[in-house]
Design a protein around this ligand. Structure first.
Ligand SMILES: [Zn+2]
Length: 145
């Protein structure tokens, strides 16, 4: 696929928080979901089972470390992990902190909203702090395993 046709390759407006040879971790700028993070493989592959086992395991270690950081820093009501990739064959994982008062709960965030967005200031501030320190927080979570 031509990378110019892939919004994940283009990187768009997402802020890179961390990267290694396998993947990049970006902040998803959704005002209704502070702390929404995406883990994007550094190359095109459609399915996890297209990857060598070691890459699969390494990618999921990063996804789980991202989840650990979000849980520790934001204490959401739930984490949603999602890998859809129906639009482009470019593996990525959404790591989504969910709250009972978010616009979609308990439905997936891609469903129609059932309430308006209301983010308590403390939640937004905690997410801003997490994003600002994300590289160090993720390195620490990965080191703990
Ligand atoms: Zn791509």
């Amino acid at each position: 696929m031509n990378t110019r046709q892939c919004e994940l390759c283009e990187g768009a407006v997402e802020r890179v928080l961390w990267h290694d040879v396998l993947c990049v971790v970006v902040s998803v700028d959704d005002p209704a979901l502070p702390g929404f993070i995406r883990v994007v493989l550094n190359r095109h592959a459609a399915e996890m089972t297209d990857l060598p086992t070691s890459d699969r395991q390494q990618l999921m270690q990063v996804v789980w470390a991202v989840e650990t950081v979000i849980r520790r820093e934001l204490r959401p009501d739930k984490i949603n992990l999602a890998s859809l990739g129906n639009v482009v064959p470019h593996l990525h994982w959404h790591v989504i902190p969910r709250w009972r008062d978010d616009p979609w709960f308990p439905q997936p965030i891609w469903a129609p909203a059932v309430r308006s967005a209301h983010v308590p200031p403390a939640r937004r501030e905690a997410a801003d702090r997490m994003i600002a320190n994300f590289g160090a927080l993720l390195d620490a979570a990965l080191a703990r395993g």
